[in-house]
Design a protein around this ligand. Structure first.
Ligand code: AMP
Ligand code: GLY
Length: 426
């Protein structure tokens, strides 16, 4: 078997390592991959957004499966192109990837089908959006660019000036390009956040293990938002009772809604949830595995990932058991100096022997057998253990063996989860 993994982050490295356990797979190509994948995959210098080049490469190599990691190629229709070319591809088609590609689409879907989410308004006119934020007394709302914005399209204004600046940046200066043609202004929700990744074959939805991302750059959730600085799974705020509620009011209705709309979702559907005092609500959908959530959730998967991916594509999920370990996982991300602002790259990375943790690379490059930093988030260390405290300890011991100039990482990944567990959570 020959497989292509599209993307080059920690999520794709976690997919690669999970697939690599299957002895039937001879070759894995990573497009474009990263330095940490050298030796585990053949790196091919095609960017994840070059969808036609990816299709042509897949045909030329006659690969058996393409696994698409990031959202951008999915919203560009990579899976449609591959499917038309007769190649098995994991990920939603373009019309279903819209759940992430357009926040307006996602909100309208949820409103139409009664799926719990924040109240919202859509503005297509710059003046009207400005008028709204200038006349609103309370800062009880969140501003979101409609389209993809590399994780930067959500603004929670602390002052009215910030709200005005955000509207101007998105709708007038077009800092996110066409993604800012419309904005969603929605109710500010409060409560713990939970990520639930699911496998979804168009009809059947199979929840994985809940997880908790740590989005802020600094300890104690201080500082600016990042792509995610660490994650633990399962999430202790996510109880059985909450799971039952989400299953009935969120997961199943979302999948049914997409099918009814003629946009069956096949792939990994990501539910970003907030457990508000009024019950769980959807903050966002993503059309792919989370990064870094995948680095904590996939190591807990006991079933062969290849079989699950194929069952998802072929609509057979109802017949395939998907089992997860009851262990806990913790993943700590290390970032370059300056991240999430402008950051340094090109530093050599030294790495000792990691006995009981695994390293998933994100922004690394390999030259002459040496590893160098090449991105904002550089790598993550994941460990699993029968309890969360032990998993966290192992992940941090692993991180202690890795060094590069300017390296920084949070020291408190999982602490809030541990406190919650002590309070008697799940
Ligand atoms: P995203 O960039 O889409 O991953 O979202 C960034 C973060 O913004 C989310 O993880 C939440 O912490 C926060 N957020 C998004 N929508 C809301 C909301 N309606 N109320 C409160 N926080 C929100
Ligand atoms: N960790 C958040 C995301 O993947 O969008």
């Amino acid at each position: 078997m020959k497989i292509i993994i599209v993307g080059g982050g920690g999520r794709e490295h976690a997919l690669l390592k999970a697939l690599g356990k299957n002895p039937g797979i001879e070759t894995i190509y990573a497009l474009p991959g990263n330095g940490g994948m050298v030796g585990e995959a053949l790196l091919v210098d095609i960017a994840a957004t070059e969808v036609e080049a990816i299709r042509d490469f897949a045909c030329q190599k006659a690969v058996d499966l393409v696994v698409v990691g990031p959202e951008a190629p999915l919203t560009l229709g990579l899976v449609d192109l591959l499917t038309e070319a007769g190649i098995l591809a994991f990920g939603p088609r373009k019309n279903a990837a819209l759940v992430e590609g357009s926040k307006v689409f996602a909100k309208e879907l949820m409103r139409k089908y009664g799926i719990p989410t924040a109240e919202y308004m859509v503005f297509a006119d710059h003046g009207e959006a400005l008028n709204f934020v200038q006349n609103r007394e309370e800062l009880d709302y969140v501003i979101k660019a409609d389209g993809l914005a590399a994780g930067k399209g959500v603004i929670i204004p602390q002052t009215r000036e910030e709200a005005v600046e955000a509207i101007n940046a998105i709708m007038a200066e077009r800092v996110f390009g066409a993604s800012g043609n419309r904005v969603v202004i929605e109710e500010l929700l409060t409560g713990p956040e939970v990520t639930m990744l699911t496998f979804c074959d168009g009809k059947t939805v199979v929840p994985m293990v809940s997880s908790m991302d740590h989005k802020r750059v600094g300890d104690g959730d201080e500082g600016p938002n990042t792509g995610g600085m660490g994650v633990i799974a399962p999430n202790p705020y996510y109880t059985e009772e909450i799971h039952r509620y989400c299953w009935e009011h969120i997961y199943r209705p979302t999948v049914q809604a997409l099918e009814k709309e003629g946009r069956p979702f096949q792939g990994c559907l990501y539910f970003g949830l907030m457990l508000t005092p009024a019950g769980p609500k959807v903050i966002e959908y993503n059309c792919r595995f989370g990064d870094p959530e995948a680095q904590a959730v996939l190591p807990l998967l006991k079933t062969d990932l290849l079989q699950v991916l194929k069952a998802t594509i072929q609509g057979r999920l109802a017949k395939v058991p998907v089992d997860f370990s009851s262990a806990h996982a913790a993943c700590v991300m290390a970032a370059s100096k300056g991240y999430p602002g402008d950051y340094e790259t090109g530093w050599e990375i030294s790495m000792g022997e990691l006995a009981d943790a695994v390293v998933y690379h994100s922004g690394t490059a390999s030259r002459n057998g040496k590893l160098y930093t090449a991105g904002g988030r550089v790598l993550g260390v994941t460990a699993t253990a029968p309890d969360l405290e032990a998993a966290i300890g192992k992940a941090y011991r692993g991180m202690g063996k890795i060094h590069f100039p300017g390296m920084h990482y949070r020291r408190d990944i999982g602490q809030r989860a541990l406190e919650k567990r002590k309070d008697g959570g799940a």
